[in-house]
Design a protein around this ligand. Structure first.
Ligand code: AP5
Ligand code: MG
Ligand code: ZN
Length: 214
């Protein structure tokens, strides 16, 4: 199974990917996470990407596509892939088709998380993650069971993303509307787009996705 989770910043791509990894043993390929790891490690890619990400703009198609290619090469052929935050431009969508063919995979579903943009700023500015294992939380919508302690690993250290401020979020949304939303019609023409109500609560969104995956 190979699926794309498509939706604007804060739509719930990362949240739902984490569940699919837990429930189905799929692998999450998040270009955002890969780029943040590169920034942290101060690799050449990370050094190039940092300022672009801090502004909320898109990193080059070549950089992110190379990251995806390397991940696919490292995966076993039977592990399902969840593309989270890739592709994000028409060029990336074309490259992904080539990469899937190269790695002997085919796209099953493009799951569009349909959300109301006004709610996204609140989702993003309230987001935090475990500094140790990366588990995702939210000040209002997804608190750890015990306050200040990660459900998954017990760590008490959390962090917030530098691009999760209102100004940068607005730029990220504009980038989505201008460059990413236009890739949908191409997938619609192939009959593989499944739309999910991303405004429902996290468990309800997960149930809708489960129903699609069958
Ligand atoms: P990336 O990391 O992909 O960020 P994004 O697309 O802006 O998406 P987010 O991670 O912010 O949102 P999400 O949909 O994962 O939401 P989440 O599940 O966390 O990219 C960052 C940057 O990297 C880009 O700006 C760009 O510079 C660069 N980049 C990455 N990929 C690239 C590419 N392919 N090409 C070029 N550049 C690239 O949920 C958000 C919060 O809401 C959480 O706190 C969660 O708990 C909560 N929440 C989730 N679902 C619900 C719900 N149903 N109800 C209530 N709360 C919810
Ligand atoms: Mg994410
Ligand atoms: Zn943790």
């Amino acid at each position: 199974m190979n699926i794309i989770l498509l939706g604007p910043p804060g739509a719930g791509k990362g949240t739902q990917s984490a569940r699919l990894v837990d429930h189905y043993g799929m692998r999450q390929l998040s270009t955002g996470d890969m780029l943040r790891a590169a920034v942290k490690a101060q690799t050449p890619v990370g050094l190039k990407a940092k300022a672009v990400m801090d502004r909320g703009e898109l990193v080059s198609d070549e950089i992110v596509s190379e990251l995806i290619d390397a991940e696919l090469a490292a995966m076993g052929p039977d592990t399902g892939a969840i593309f989270d935050g890739y592709p994000r431009t028409e060029a990336q969508a074309e490259i992904l088709d080539q990469l899937l063919e190269k790695h002997g995979r085919a796209l099953d579903h493009v799951i569009e998380l349909d959300v109301d943009e006004d709610a996204l700023v609140e989702r993003i500015t309230g987001r935090f993650t475990c500094a140790n294992c990366g588990a995702g939380y939210h000040d209002t919508f997804q608190q750890p069971t015990v306050e200040g302690v990660c459900d998954k690993c017990g760590s008490t250290e959390f962090k917030r993303r530098p691009d999760d401020n209102e100004e940068t979020v607005r730029t990220r949304m504009q980038e989505y509307r201008a460059k990413t939303a236009p890739i949908l019609p191409g997938y619609e023409a192939r009959g593989i787009v499944r739309r999910v109500d991303g405004m429902a609560d996290i468990d309800a969104v997960a149930a809708s996705i489960d129903a699609i995956l069958g």
